[in-house]
Design a protein around this ligand. Structure first.
Ligand code: FBP
Length: 551
């Protein structure tokens, strides 16, 4: 038998909270709003989603005593990167399906969308579900990054669902995976194939949110784990007083994680990529900003500090963005020849000789290690794998170089020692915080209710989550409502609009109002580890981002 920790044992007994509409003994009253449109480009989206476009927002309320519904056979898929709480979505879905009809069944497709395409699955039994309640990770059924997007995929999905008698599919994923869930829903609905598809908003990056979706699950827990670690490092820095720590934080594109961690820990400097893009900053300017703070702190005798760097930074620096776009095109066109070169120096020479003047200038200004990292294989969505680019080392090196210059000029007399860190995978599979445990369970249960009511092309939505669960509301949002057209791989495609950090939003404005104070003074806050048991103010907090956005 697998050994489990004392905390896991105690956590297994935790009963996640549900919105009143979904609590035992209540029948669900369904209210439908007016027809909806899309985030933008409504004509084009309507043409592409003929049968699912315009569906109303669905709200669930507590109704009269429950009567058994029809048994559902559902399949569930975990898609993309791990995020704390995924197992609770599945547990909520399982319990929700059983509450509709005790004969309902749930199949888990293994290792992501690939499981549906290749017909690899397990039937999820009460024993399996119980073993994973309130645990982190996606290991119950595994995840994967294969995109469900072609007609062939959809048809294989149909065949495998029909073989198992599956009439409902739940896709737990981020913006790309839920865009594809909607394409699948549209394909089945428009072809009269009786399989309904519903999504659940997942990603630690926090960039799948909008007016209707308050948060993507996993963001809360991941930010708490990173903030604990940053707080520990801040305390070490403040104790030893001899290092500057450059900490890169996961978040492929948006800087929500870096911003939330900054609000929780009050470091000396935090870069927000969206601001860098807005101010069209160069790498040199970013380095200069950090350097000036190092110099100011050194003048006060503080030769230590903490800098937070969002993982996606390089793609927001205009000169780097241009370089990456050129590299993407060039590497795609020259893949065969480039793939044959194994010597790193030859690789760099090859690249330099194929880049335009500006891109080549930017490329040459980067340390060799970063040049090579920029040429690594792209992910299946064609994205640069930003988690592999060591921007924290690049910035630490460039600041050290600039300080040497200032020392030579007599402007700087301090000492500079740098330590670099990358926090990403540490937070993705942590045991979900109470917020994520409750939110995820409710998202899964809501997904079951949507399927029980015959809905397709919807994203499960649980709202009002800054309040007590007794005030939470739930229902479904048509996925097309969140879509717009974007240029992807040289084509206009319908996609869920990614939520970047808003520079006029309350979380960023709060950060801006404090950052100068944090930069020179040492104002660190040490959040400590996630608490699962104890007083509400330590174990039931919501993120600063959510609190500020909803206040
Ligand atoms: P999702 O958007 O799929 O949730 O994944 C987000 C993420 O954790 C990013 O923060 C990170 O850049 C990426 O996944 C890492 O991907 P991989 O797990 O493939 O290394």
């Amino acid at each position: 038998m697998t050994q489990i920790s004392a905390l896991q044992k105690a956590r297994a007994a935790y009963g996640p909270k549900l919105p009143p509409a979904l609590r035992r003994g209540a029948n669900i009253k369904v209210t439908e709003g007016a027809p909806t449109s899309s985030a933008a480009d409504s004509e084009k989206i309507a043409k592409l989603f003929k049968t699912t476009f315009g569906s109303p927002v669905v709200t669930f309320e507590k109704g009269a005593e429950a009567a058994a519904g029809k048994a559902l056979n559902a399949g569930v898929i975990l898609s993309g990167g791990q995020a704390p709480g995924g197992h609770n979505v599945i547990a909520g879905l399982f319990d929700g399906l059983k509450s509709i009809n005790g004969n309902s069944k749930l199949y888990g497709f293994l290792r992501g969308p690939d499981g549906l395409i290749k017909n690899k699955y397990i039937e999820l039994t009460p024993e399996i579900i119980d073993a994973y309640r309130n645990t982190g990770g996606f290991d119950m059924i595994g995840s994967g990054r294969t995109k469900l997007e072609t007609r062939e995929h959809f048809e294989l999905g149909r065949k495998h669902c029909e073989e198992l008698g599956i009439n409902s599919l739940v896709i737990i994923g981020g913006d790309d995976s839920n865009t594809n869930a909607c394409l699948l829903a549209e394909y089945y609905k428009s072809s009269n194939i009786p399989i309904n598809v519903v999504g659940c908003p997942k990603t630690i990056d926090g960039d799948l949110k909008n007016e209707q979706i308050e948060a993507s699950f996993g963001f809360d827990t991941a930010c708490r784990v990173y903030s604990e670690l940053i707080g520990n490092i801040e305390r070490d820095a403040n104790s030893a007083k001899k290092y500057w720590h450059f900490i890169k934080l996961m978040g492929r594109s948006a800087s929500h994680i870096a911003l939330e961690c900054a609000l929780q820990t009050q470091p000396n400097f935090a870069i927000i990529s969206e601001e860098v893009a807005e101010r069209k900053m160069t790498i040199g300017e970013i380095v200069e900003d950090i350097t000036q703070i190092v110099v100011k702190r050194a003048a006060a005798g503080d030769n230590f500090g903490v800098v937070l760097i969002p993982e996606g930074l390089v793609e927001f620096i205009p000169e780097m963005k241009k370089l990456i776009a050129e590299l993407n095109d060039m590497l795609a066109a020259e893949a065969a020849v480039f793939g044959q070169i194994s010597d790193p120096a030859e690789k760099l020479q090859f690249i330099n000789s194929h880049l335009g003047k500006d891109a080549s200038f930017t490329f040459s200004s980067l340390p060799h290690s970063i040049q090579l990292q920029l040429c690594l294989e792209r992910d299946p969505h064609g994205n640069v794998q930003v988690s592999l680019i060591e921007t924290e080392k690049m910035l630490a090196e460039m600041v050290a170089f600039r300080l040497k210059e200032l020392k030579a000029e007599g402007v700087y007399t301090g000492k500079f020692g740098a330590q670099t860190h990358f926090f990403g995978y540490e937070g993705r599979c942590a045991a979900p915080s109470n917020y994520d445990a409750d939110y995820c369970y409710s998202l899964g249960y809501t997904a079951a209710a949507l399927l029980g009511n015959g809905k397709t092309g919807y994203l499960s939505s649980v709202r009002n989550t800054t309040k007590a669960a007794s005030e939470w509301t739930c229902g479904g949002i048509p996925i097309t409502m969140m879509m717009n057209m974007e240029r992807r791989h040289g084509e206009d495609k319908p996609v869920i609009r990614k939520a970047l950090v808003k520079l006029d939003g309350a979380p960023f404005l709060k950060f801006v109002s404090q950052r100068e104070k944090w930069s020179v003074n040492t104002s660190y806050v040490y959040p400590g580890p996630i608490q699962y048991f104890g007083p509400g103010e330590v174990c039931n907090q919501v993120t600063k981002t959510l609190e500020l956005e909803r206040s």
